[in-house]
Design a protein. Sequence first.
Length: 310
Amino acid sequence: MKRIIFITIAFFFQSLNAQKVDSAQGYLKFIDSTHEQVVGQTWNYMETYTARKNDRAIKGQRKRLENVLKSAIRKVEKIEAYDEQLKMAVIKYLNGNLSIVKNEFLQLIQLEDQKPLSVNEIELLQHIRKSILQLRTDYDLAILNYSNKYDFKILKNNSTLARQMSHTIELYDYFHTIQIQFLKLQRADRILWTDINEKSIVSLKKDAAIVMTNLQELETITNLNSFNEDATLIDILNDMSNYLKTAVSEKLPAIYVIKEDQLTGNRDQITRKTERYNQALKWSNKNRKHIYELWNSSYPKFLQKHIHSY
């Protein structure tokens, strides 16, 4: 998994207000020190966000991260670039992160204030994850190209902050992969059971097919494993998958029978069929509630457990 690249330096570059940097290494130290301030505030935000104890604190850390990014952009724009190509790449990286913090992060906080969560959270998470990965990849490549161009080696920073942020990236990459799949199944499940008494059998079978498509997609993903030997989230995802498989293969047929009888007017064994219909609905409601509650209570604990385990 690709990680943020840090230069190994023991100090911040001291001439942030200077108008010119006289060496390739000096310019990169300036870029790195500016970036490290962004990383530091990103860590503060992620730690607060993971704790999930104070919505006001989360919103405050998000705003501070926005301001740190704006300040970093001004610093990079102000100083005379030793290499214009690197300068443009860094500004693009910072502006990309600023856009995510001002827009998608804010939307995510607002969505999490809603009960239940909007289905748009799935698309938003996918967009955030894709955008951050691309920004990270482009930034890393720009730094490597710069070091190759001026013939010096970049070493990985092993400071506490660097290890914290690298670990947090891995943690949230893992969590969002599982979360997106869970939310997809959850959305398909809600569509399946919403207004089920009023649905036609054609509509119900169409919704069941959507569930199966999501389950088949999940089976094609091969990187869903435990995180640091903790299988909490993957186990819940598997529980959700098994619940839906049972619902479609074993519980929906009893509902199909009633729907078909409603079309034909068949009253044969109606009491037994109605009992099976009601049992299917009761089973679904019970299992759905258990899995949803288990997910909602488990993933914050999972994140809080692992964010400091670097």
